[in-house]
Design a protein around this ligand. Structure first.
Ligand SMILES: C[S@@+](CC[C@H](N)C(=O)[O-])C[C@H]1O[C@@H](n2cnc3c(N)ncnc32)[C@H](O)[C@@H]1O
Length: 231
């Protein structure tokens, strides 16, 4: 399997500050996770096994698992530090026994299991090329049963509104406490590291890899989330 173009390293330092930092930079983060849980509940029964790609510190597993006691999860993430935070979060809750942890990229996942649904929250915008994005999404598609729901969220390019939303987002970040220097550093890093693609291109990638056209279920500045289904 070829290496993807630009995968972010979620090391110890980044993992430690993640839960706080993501809530400051992604307004509505907890709403998004609650909402994805409802989208999944509307399409799945009481028993299901979900593939959580880029599970990170476990926010989506907590959101879905707390309201769906019959669901099981496979948490896939190549960062040992992020998966360690995920395990800590589940420890002592009934969720711990319902989660399998796999420290790998989804592209390399060795499990032969077919899943009932999948999520990918804030992962593929780090992949820089169309080829890497297609390889990533295809590796999720081939592990899902026909009709399985897939909810994904990423930074994207909302085209005509992008400049105004970018400015408004910076204003929001300053309002929740970021200094001028932090705003400048954070947003110029995002310009360098994030691949913002149009919704039309997201749809092309989905359809090229076996998914139906997507429906946007969430937007907050340049963050979007979509629901689709495996064909
Ligand atoms: C920004 S975090 C998102 C964490 C979590 N999904 C959330 O909603 O907060 C992105 C995570 O994706 C993981 N990741 C990056 N490339 C991946 C890949 N190819 N397969 C699976 N996970 C990946 C990173 O290690 C990191 O933990």
């Amino acid at each position: 399997m070829s290496e993807p173009t630009s995968i972010q390293q979620f090391d110890e330092e980044r993992a430690d500050g993640y839960d706080d930092r993501i809530r400051r930079i992604a307004p509505g983060y907890d709403v998004l996770h609650g909402l994805l849980s409802s989208v999944m509940a509307a399409t799945l029964g009481d028993e299901a096994h979900l593939l959580v790609v880029g599970a990170g510190t476990g926010a989506e597993i907590a959101a879905m698992g707390e309201v769906q006691p019959g669901w099981r999860f496979t948490a896939v993430d190549p960062s040992p530090e992020m998966l360690a935070r995920c395990r800590e979060r589940m420890a002592g809750t009934d969720l711990d026994g319902r989660v399998e942890y796999v420290c790998e990229r989804v592209e390399d996942l060795s499990s032969g299991r077919t899943f009932d649904g999948a999520t990918s929250i804030f992962v593929s915008h780090f992949l820089q090329t169309r080829e890497a994005k297609e390889q990533y999404v295809e590796s999720i598609a081939r592990r899902l049963r026909s009709g399985a729901p897939f909810v994904f969220a990423d930074l994207y390019d909302p085209e005509d509104e992008a400049d105004q939303l970018w400015a408004a987002w910076q204003e929001w970040f300053a309002r929740v406490g970021a200094s001028d220097e932090e705003v400048e550093r954070t947003f110029s890093k995002m310009e360098d590291e994030i691949s913002f693609v149009l919704e039309e291109e997201l749809n092309q990638i989905l359809q090229a890899t076996g998914f139906a056209e997507c429906t946007r279920v969430y937007q907050s500045f340049l963050w979007g989330a979509w629901w689709t289904q495996r064909g």
